[in-house]
Design a protein around this ligand. Structure first.
Ligand code: SGN
Ligand code: CA
Length: 540
């Protein structure tokens, strides 16, 4: 791949790679004369939409701490994932490979094979100390980390169970704060300070059911969020878009998702009576809401906030459009409150790095495991190759010592989450193994996009499953997005992103599109070939 070729010439110094990271330079491995090894702080949230990072979009809330990474570093304006789902995204991150190569294609059946090559192990081999803290979601035990302290499964917002290097322990408090506390403690006292470090700090927030920290419950009360233009999408011309279960109107559950669990059991969700009973049961008896899950004090603060909303909701007896709009506002209020806490905790990490002189030689990355729908097409959740879930925020602050790195700029090269592993390896001055499919984006951070890729490959597998999004793969170029939904359907969709950024008008098969379809299908086949996706047979 183009960037590997660029790296190869630089890695003419490859002989030196066994001596690094101590010979590594502050310019991301470009000059071997530097002194300081570079550290990596990779902060990843779960389901954080770029729409709710004010560096990308300021319609919803301010995220000053996250934005600071962009203003002192760069904002990627075309950052994507390879498979818009948690486990698969994490497997892509750690291996630098697409799902069919790393073996973790979906959450339902995936178990990560930790014996395979991973970036954390390669960094360790290059002299780094590595830690994984927070949401892991890869089922098998983490490998290749000097330290790991992970949430069980999705993790709970309140009083979560962490598995601390194999030992289960309940931590009292709110997950985002606790995850940050553990990370700061590792930075301060846990790591081997004689080595450069790589910290993966993975928040579980803002995953469903978007439970805010107690101190943030009353934020944004007076804000009415703008409904997306295509909130009432009728999905015409897009069968796969129509046949899902992630609609705010029909699938988002008032009781479970929006927390309207009245103790009298009087609230019903007419849009979907089946989900209604499921929702109430889930809310009051299982998971995050089961009796005793929160402490009495936490529960009291929680109830003081939600019970009046529940009472008002009952009194108002909303229906039809008024109910849909109410659902959207409730969803957005909780989601934005959860993000506010993320932003505050990103600030805590930044402050720690600054106070300890670590910004000098540490790259700081902020991203999410995928994007998320904030009501676009009427959806919540992700999975689709549509822009809102295919994209993910990516902000990168290069270490201060990398004086020629871009600052306060946008990078428009199309990057994907498989690109982190090779970037980290290049940063560490380590060799990038040939079988890694991502490309190092370090050159982009210096304003050099020569030879950078012009198209991206996507493949989503989790069907049949929750939310019912059909399996699909596709190719995205700067202008077009072509996707093929397969398995129990056979539907192609093509969008001209320049003229139809909201992806409402499927032009696949329309007169005049023959040439572009031929070209894109050829490009899709080329990507499936170079990435060796076995699905290729279906596309011929
Ligand atoms: C849970 C959620 C889903 C979500 C998946 C995957 N349901 O199953 O809404 O799509 O996780 O999310 S919940 O009722 O259990 O919250 S992922 O980010 O982990 O892939
Ligand atoms: Ca996720």
């Amino acid at each position: 791949m183009a960037n590997k070729a660029i790296f190869a010439s630089f890695a003419g110094t490859a002989v030196l790679s066994s001596l690094i990271p101590l010979l590594n330079s502050c310019s991301g491995g470009k000059q071997k004369s530097g002194k300081k090894p570079l550290n990596i702080v990779y902060i990843m949230c779960d389901d954080h939409s770029y729409q709710t990072v004010s560096a990308y979009d300021n319609r919803f809330l301010d995220t000053p701490n996250i934005d600071r990474i962009a203003s002192e570093g760069v904002r990627f304006t075309n950052s994507f994932v390879a498979n818009s789902l948690s486990g698969p995204s994490r497997a892509c991150l750690l291996t630098g490979k697409h799902s069919h190569k790393n073996g973790f294609t979906n959450n339902e059946h995936g178990v990560f094979d930790g014996s395979q090559q991973t970036v954390q192990q390669l960094l360790r081999d290059a002299g780094y100390t590595t830690a994984m803290i927070g949401k892991w979601h890869l089922v098998s035990e983490p490998t290749g980390f000097d330290y790991w302290n992970i949430l069980t499964g999705q993790g709970d917002y309140y009083n979560p169970v962490f598995i601390d290097n194999g030992q289960n322990c309940v931590k009292l408090g709110y997950a985002t704060n606790i995850t940050t506390d553990i990370a700061l403690e590792w930075l301060e006292n846990g790591r081997d300070k004689s080595k450069p470090f790589c910290l993966f700090l993975h928040h579980k927030a803002p995953h469903r059911t978007w439970m805010p920290d107690l101190c943030d419950l009353d934020l944004y009360n007076d804000i009415t969020y703008p409904l997306p233009d295509n909130f009432y999408d009728d999905y015409s011309g897009r069968k796969a878009a129509a046949n899902q279960e992630m609609s705010i109107i029909k699938d988002m559950n008032v009781v479970y998702d929006l927390k309207m669990a009245d103790r009298e059991n009087e609230i019903h969700t007419p849009e979907n009576p089946m989900l209604e009973s499921y929702g109430r049961g889930m809310y009051l008896q299982t998971g995050e809401f089961r009796p005793g899950r929160m402490t009495e004090e936490q529960q009291a603060v929680w109830d003081a906030h939600y019970l009046p909303i529940i009472e008002k909701f009952k009194k108002d007896s909303l229906s039809g459009d008024a109910l849909y709009q109410w659902k959207y506002q409730r969803y957005m209020h909780d989601y934005c409150r959860v993000i506010h806490s993320i932003d505050r905790n990103v600030g805590r990490v930044y402050d720690y790095l600054k106070e300890n002189g670590l910004l000098e030689n540490t790259i700081v990355i902020y991203t999410s495991d995928q994007g998320f729908f904030m009501g676009e097409h009427g959806y919540f959740d992700k999975r689709f190759m549509y822009e809102e879930s295919f994209r993910t925020p990516l902000l990168v602050r290069m270490p201060d010592c990398c004086r020629t790195a871009l600052r306060g700029k946008d990078i428009d090269g199309m990057v994907q989450n498989i690109d982190h592993a090779p970037s980290f390896l290049e940063l560490a001055g380590a060799d990038i193994p040939e079988d890694i499919q991502g490309e190092s984006y370090l050159n982009l951070l210096y304003g050099n996009n020569r030879g950078w890729r012009k198209s991206l490959y996507y493949h989503y597998y989790e069907y049949p499953a929750e939310h019912c999004v059909r399996r699909h793969y596709g190719v995205r170029t700067e202008r077009y997005s072509l996707m093929h939904f397969y398995n129990d359907i056979d539907e192609w969709e093509l969008f001209d992103l320049r003229n139809d950024p909201e992806e409402m008008n499927n032009i696949y098969g329309k007169p005049g599109t023959e040439k572009i379809i031929r070209k894109l299908r050829k490009e899709l086949a080329r990507l499936q070939t170079i990435y060796e996706d076995p699905i290729i047979a279906e596309n011929e």
